[in-house]
Ligand binder design. Structure first.
Ligand SMILES: *Cc1c(COP(=O)(O)O)cnc(C)c1O
Length: 403
């Protein structure tokens, strides 16, 4: 235990400080520590949305589909791929929700591995992922191989190796764990899964926009991720899906909608899938809902993911140092090694629930995670070191006074 006051931990300098003012200021906000659950909107979005209504939707009406909307999901996907995923063009598309995309990709993976009957997932994986795996396993008579990992850590290549075999269809695992913040060795885990001829599907919801991903270089088969967390796309923003080019010709979309068909406007009797990533599309792309996301992708392109990651590491390290000093009775449930850590940290404390309730009323907004976790999300482009200092100070006080 360290006797220094929280404020004695020196705040790092912030080379990305000038981007803070690009975000819409919140009401009565002291510290927003939940950017990993819902990222903040950009000021530019308060102009781009009404402009779209006026000029593109209002002005062009149905002609808009021929003037760019129809290819927008692929173009924005390519930009996310280049800026955040290490993915060459033609492999990423913006569509659906993360949950729906997980279903579609996992269902397609089952079709792609006939004769095999096992799926791998973590026991403490995000609920939506587990629910979909359980439903598909039930419908297809598959066995689920559950991986248990320590709560303050996560998946390792060795753990996966214990569960993978010639029976494995696919492993569906989070790149950054939503609770502990554990950043998996994604290249090594992918290799273990593929050594058995199985497919690796990464859920990058808590990774994208925060840690540098290299999906192509790591040889990943498929991936999905949220757009409303570190991609600041707004509540319910459409997700993105990645399918490596080598798999696309065989990919069977379980929801074969008309806009994933080869010739959508030929109104054909039979479904023939579009070439490339567009075959993952089911229905009309959510053009309107992609506007805030496109604005954030522009900012990430300007700032660069290497600088974003550097600030992310500084933010989480700073928060951990402050917590070590000022909340000595909290247990850190996040890796101390920055190489294994994403953009958020979790602490365990018996007063977590009551403290978070009180803090929300004071404009300090972390996240409560059942049963006793306080999760502190530090969105690199919108979070200042001062905010972290104020937030942790308020957290220390609340944990010490509620009971
Ligand atoms: C946030 C999150 C989701 C959310 O899925 P939605 O369909 O957008 O509600 C899914 N998986 C993980 C790992 C997440 O962190």
């Amino acid at each position: 235990m360290n006797a220094h006051a929280a404020s004695s931990v020196p705040a790092p300098t912030d080379p990305l400080e000038h981007h803070l003012e690009e975000f819409v200021p919140g009401d009565d906000l002291v510290a927003y520590l939940d950017g990993n659950s819902l990222g903040r909107p950009l000021r530019v979005t308060t102009e781009s949305v009404p402009r779209f209504v006026r000029e593109s939707w209002g002005g062009r009406l149905i002609r808009g589909w021929d003037e760019g909307w129809l290819t927008h999901a692929e173009e924005l996907g390519d930009r996310i791929g280049a800026a955040c995923l290490g993915a060459a063009p033609g492999q990423t598309i913006v569509a659906d929700s993360t949950s729906v995309l997980i279903f579609k990709l996992l269902r397609a993976a089952i079709d792609a591995r006939p004769g095999r009957d096992e799926l791998i997932i973590m026991r403490d994986e995000f609920p939506t992922d587990r629910f979909i795996v359980e439903r598909l396993a039930e419908e297809h008579g598959l066995t689920i191989r559950w991986i248990d990992a320590p709560p303050d850590a996560g998946v390792t290549p060795a753990l996966v190796a214990e569960h993978a075999s010639a029976k494995t269809i696919a492993a569906l695992i989070s790149g950054v764990a939503y609770r502990s913040g554990w950043w998996a060795d994604m290249a090594a885990v992918t290799e273990v899964v593929q050594a058995h001829g199985a497919l690796m599907i990464w859920d990058c919801s808590h990774a994208v926009g925060s840690v540098p991903l290299e999906l192509d270089a790591w040889g990943v088969d498929m991936a999905v991720g949220c757009s409303y967390k570190y991609l600041n796309g707004g509540p319910g923003a459409p997700a993105w899906g990645y399918v490596a080019a080598r798999h696309q010709d065989q990919l069977r979309n379980p929801i074969p909608g008309w806009l994933g068909a080869r010739e959508p406007f030929a109104m054909t009797t039979e479904f023939s899938p579009a070439p490339g990533i567009r075959r993952l599309v089911s229905g009309t792309p959510p053009i309107f809902a992609m506007l805030p996301l496109a604005d954030m992708v522009s900012l990430i392109e300007r700032a660069g993911l290497a600088a974003i990651r550097a600030k992310s590491v500084a933010l989480t390290s700073y928060a951990i140092a402050l917590i070590d000093n000022s909340v000595p009775d909290a247990r850190l449930a996040t890796p101390r090694d920055p190489e294994r850590r994403g953009g958020h940290i979790t602490i365990d404390h018996p007063h977590a629930r009551r403290a978070v309730e009180q803090l929300w009323g004071e404009g300090v907004i972390p996240d409560f995670r059942h049963p006793s976790g306080v999760r502190i999300g530090l969105s690199p482009l919108s979070t200042s070191f001062t905010e972290v200092e104020h937030g942790v100070r308020a957290l220390a006080k609340a944990l010490g006074t509620v009971s």
